[in-house]
Design a protein around this ligand. Structure first.
Ligand code: AMP
Length: 465
């Protein structure tokens, strides 16, 4: 099949070949005909499948005729980065049909957005909070909207945006075409889909399976050796496109600084950075100025950077969905990629949940010549002390997803001496990290905290991402 097979305006064809799209991806094959026929669609697609073009092409085709200067399509996305990316795809096709697209998100001045409204745009790609502000202040009207897209709906839900989404929908005409895309389908998203979609067709690519072009490996390691292990791995990989994920914003910032100190071209991407700095990091990583992006979950979901060779989970993600999103940054558009995850004894439950989703155990790896028995020095002691896992600010649903029961059995066992105990403990290390399940710290850790009450080791740093 090629793009000629769709009932698309032929003006699309040179544009598609100019950006190197010769054949539609599976989701495009399935979704484009349905969307061109005006159907509502629920797209269950893994990241990196080409879902953006799957909705952009039919939307541009639909809007090519009809009025100008009114908002006729709204795409709601969870993050600014994703909104900018989607807007970029509209920019590849819209101008040839006299269609203008604009972004709307917080963290930047509202003035350019207001100017765009006054100038008149047909397509808005928006994050929910700022769009709702504009609507409440009557800065823009959505009364002429014909198409609504909710992208990364599971992420919108994780970020607590569903009430905003429902409020935004009240400003839209009931008669419209609606599309909802999500990599995973928590109950809340399913309920939203039932409410907002009208007799939808479901398009499913790979279900909830993890990206098939990615190979997975676990690196059991004591928490205090993670940075040393990371440095060794990065030296061995010699890759110029690696994303490292950490659990907290502070850790992303600090780890990126450490990598820089060791000569790696690294940059952080986390929610405490200004929008301008975030975009600089992302652009620098995209164009190769930076080889390593050290990111948190919130900052990095949905980001499309082609050619990422490795995703390294410096910290195990809290949920299988978070794992899915993280590793979706590699193996994109049918390239292959590798996902390495550092794990400690505390990560058993999460690993078991990921393995259940994968349907097989993940290979445990050790690095030849690495000293897994090295003791913790003073700096390592205070560097990345782990506080309790966040217990507030997350929805009960995402919490329950994180609490999958641990699987028992040999596949959870670490290589080397720890194997006999059936634990995930790194080779040579002792399991002495504080209990996460109870949210308490070991005596040793609390003593350290009281002796050195540094901002970066406070519990707050671990609860705010
Ligand atoms: P998305 O899932 O929309 O983030 O797309 C992932 C990547 O696939 C992006 O870099 C797109 O440019 C690329 N892509 C989308 N459709 C195609 C296609 N038909 N052929 C080749 N690459 C594509």
């Amino acid at each position: 099949m090629n793009f000629n097979s769709f009932a698309l305006n032929e003006k699309f064809l040179p544009l598609l070949s100019a950006i190197g799209y010769s054949v539609p991806t599976p989701i495009q094959e399935q979704a484009i005909p349905l969307l061109l026929a005006g159907r509502d669609v629920m797209g269950l697609a893994q990241t990196g499948t080409g879902k953006t073009a799957a909705f952009v092409l039919p939307i541009v085709q639909r809007l090519q005729s009809g009025s100008r200067g009114k908002v006729r399509c709204v795409v709601v996305a969870p993050t600014r980065e994703l909104a900018i990316q989607i807007h970029g795809v509209f920019e590849q096709f819209g101008p040839a049909f006299g269609l203008r697209s604009a972004t709307v998100f917080g963290g930047v001045s509202a003035q350019p957005q207001l100017q765009n409204f006054r100038r008149g745009v047909e397509i808005l790609v928006a994050c929910p909070g700022r769009l709702l502000d504009h609507l409440r202040q009557s800065n823009v009207s959505l009364a002429a909207v014909e198409v609504l897209v909710l992208d990364e709906a599971d992420h919108l839900f994780d970020m607590g945006f569903l009430p905003n989404i429902r409020a935004i929908i009240n400003y839209l005409p009931k008669q419209r075409q609606t599309m909802l895309f999500s990599a995973t389908m928590p109950d809340e998203v399913r309920h939203l889909a039932l409410d907002v979609l009208n007799h939808p067709e479901t398009v499913k690519i790979g279900g909830n399976a993890l990206v098939s072009t990615v190979s997975h490996a676990l690196y059991p390691v004591a928490a205090h050796l993670k940075t040393t292990l990371l440095l060794r791995l990065l030296e061995d990989l010699q890759s110029d496109s690696v994303i490292v994920f950490t659990r907290t914003k502070f850790r992303a910032k600090r780890l990126s600084e450490q990598l820089l100190k060791h000569g790696f071209r690294s940059t952080p991407l986390q929610g405490n950075m200004s929008q301008v700095r975030r975009q600089e990091s992302l652009d620098g990583f995209r164009c190769g100025t930076f080889h390593i992006l050290v990111a948190t979950d919130i900052a990095a979901r949905g980001i499309d950077v082609s050619g990422v060779s490795h995703v390294i989970n410096y910290d195990m993600p809290d949920t299988v969905d978070a794992y899915t999103h993280r590793i979706g940054r590699t193996g994109r558009a049918l390239h292959t990629g590798k996902a390495f995850t550092f794990c400690t004894d505390e990560d058993k439950a999460e690993i078991a949940a990921v393995e259940r989703r994968l349907g097989c155990p993940i290979e445990r790896k050790t690095l030849d010549g690495f000293d897994y028995r090295a003791r913790e020095d003073q700096q390592q002691k205070t560097e990345f002390q782990r506080g309790p896992r966040p217990s507030s600010g997350r929805s009960p649903a995402s919490r329950s997803r994180a609490q999958a029961p641990a699987r028992t059995g040999g596949s959870m066992t670490a290589p080397g001496p720890a194997r006999a105990s059936g634990a995930l403990t790194a080779p040579g290390s002792r399991a002495q990290t504080p209990s996460r399940a109870s949210g308490t710290r070991s005596t040793e850790t609390s003593q350290r905290s009281s002796l050195a009450p540094r901002r970066r080791t406070s519990a707050r740093d671990y609860s705010v991402r």
